[in-house]
Write a protein that binds this ligand. Structure first.
Ligand SMILES: Cc1cc2nc3c(=O)[nH]c(=O)nc-3n(C[C@H](O)[C@H](O)[C@H](O)COP(=O)(O)OP(=O)(O)OC[C@H]3O[C@@H](n4cnc5c(N)ncnc54)[C@H](O)[C@@H]3O)c2cc1C
Length: 216
């Protein structure tokens, strides 16, 4: 089993909740839908929600060339990305022991603009398929104009950690005698029934990519 090395940036303080195992980190990344992308702009921290895609140990972001993230992150600067899956609300018998069950990752790297045409296309495919597996092969091909308007930012995951909390609250021993409810309210993200846009060409059916996300 391959693990990310513990470095200066990725050491989780509560070791029992930590994992540096690549499979664990990648599994959370692959289940997540949105990333929070952190970087510094004009000496100020900025965190922007974004879609992402993963190819091996690299993460890819895409968006308008004119967007700030593209301008700043294209310059080979530090980047920090987090992805969080929320599994439940933990109701402790005290505010102190109330919490959340979650699985999350924090990734550190150095961002750069992707210019190689082959890598750019692979990145767009990865980002598209991240939300809807196989969608890239179902949509009409991207035009040269669309490609020209799109910036692709990428970074190799240099340091990474996963952290997870599971289970009931860890209340203080004496608090279990109190008539206060303690436990977990599980939380799941579920897809609703697809709603077509009312403009389908005749005979158009629900594609495999959407069927796949609905079937889990
Ligand atoms: C779930 C999700 C996924 C997204 N995926 C992508 C993606 O893959 N590619 C992409 O280009 N964009 C994506 N966006 C939009 C993205 O978050 C930014 O809005 C976008 O990059 C704006 O760039 P900008 O240069 O116009 O703004 P910036 O210059 O980056 O932002 C200027 C200011 O606008 C405000 N702002 C910007 N974005 C947001 C926001 N999302 N919510 C609230 N305030 C905001 C902030 O105050 C920010 O400081 C996504 C948004 C969400 C919520």
């Amino acid at each position: 089993m391959t693990a990310f090395e513990k470095g200066t940036l990725n050491r989780v303080r509560v070791a029992t909740r930590a994992s540096y195992d690549q499979d664990t980190v990648f599994s959370i990344l692959d289940q997540g839908l949105a990333a929070h992308v952190g970087f510094t702009d004009h000496d100020r921290p900025v965190v922007i929600p974004m879609i992402y895609g993963r190819i091996g140990e690299r993460l890819y972001l895409h968006g308008a060339k004119a967007a700030r993230f593209a301008k700043v992150l294209g310059g080979g600067v530090p980047i920090c990305v987090t992805v969080t899956l929320i599994d439940g609300i933990v109701a402790g018998r005290s505010a102190f022991h109330s919490s959340m069950n979650y699985r999350s990752v924090v990734l550190h790297g150095t961002a750069a603009l992707v210019t190689d045409p082959g890598e750019r296309e692979a990145a767009m495919e990865a980002v598209t398929n991240h939300l809807m597996p196989g969608r890239w092969d179902e949509v009409r091909p991207t035009t040269a104009k669309e490609l020209a308007a799109t910036a692709i930012i990428s970074f190799a995951i240099e340091e990474a950690s996963a952290k997870a909390r599971t289970g009931p609250p860890n209340d203080d021993k004496e608090d279990y005698d109190l008539p206060i409810w303690g436990g977990v309210v599980p939380l799941q993200t579920v897809y609703g029934a697809p709603e077509d846009d009312g403009a389908l060409a005749p005979g158009t059916e629900l594609p495999d990519s959407i069927r796949k996300i609905l079937s889990g």
